[in-house]
Write a protein that binds this ligand. Structure first.
Ligand SMILES: [Zn+2]
Length: 159
């Protein structure tokens, strides 16, 4: 580990302690060359499984991609970014804890749909219509009518 002050690579560990979450170790080091001290952290590398797409390709879990899809669906709807970010954190954790190397991509889509269904009916239908590829406006309106009868007919959806 390079000394941040002089760039020398040789140093010694003078103190080592477990982080609060027990997932990291904090080390105090002293540079042999300039004798200044600095701190390093060692962390467990968290593995998020790969997603298996419909055509068999593998893709990494991309939180930004999921986030932008949700933001698009919730545009001008009363769902806060904080709620969305919490959901994605939770989702990511869930998949990390599942401990499998690969999961089908549709599982992620279904989780998002479930979340939006709770959060906002319009966002839900917007997302589901793209995700499940509703083929006609009728499919879209039918679904919306069941969930939010007062909104059906008022919402235009453009793909
Ligand atoms: Zn140094």
């Amino acid at each position: 580990m390079k000394c941040p002050f002089c760039g020398d690579l040789n140093n010694k560990v003078i103190d080592s302690r477990l982080g609060k979450d027990a997932l990291s170790i904090r080390r105090r080091r002293e540079c042999f060359k300039c004798t200044r001290r600095f701190t390093t952290y060692e962390k467990v590398e968290e593995q998020t499984p790969l997603l298996i797409k419909k055509d068999g390709r593998r893709e990494s879990f991309d939180r930004e991609k999921i986030r932008s899809g949700i933001l698009k669906a919730t545009q001008k709807r009363p769902v806060s970014v904080e709620v969305i970010d919490n959901f994605i954190d939770q989702l990511e954790r869930q998949f990390q804890e599942a401990n499998s190397k690969e999961i089908p991509a549709w599982e992620v889509g279904e989780k998002v749909i479930e979340f939006l269904k709770q959060a906002d009916p319009v966002a839900y239908v917007r997302f589901a219509s793209v995700y499940r590829q509703f083929t006609t406006l009728d499919d879209f309106n039918k679904e919306l009518k069941e969930l939010a009868p007062d909104l059906a007919g008022e919402i235009r959806f453009k793909q």
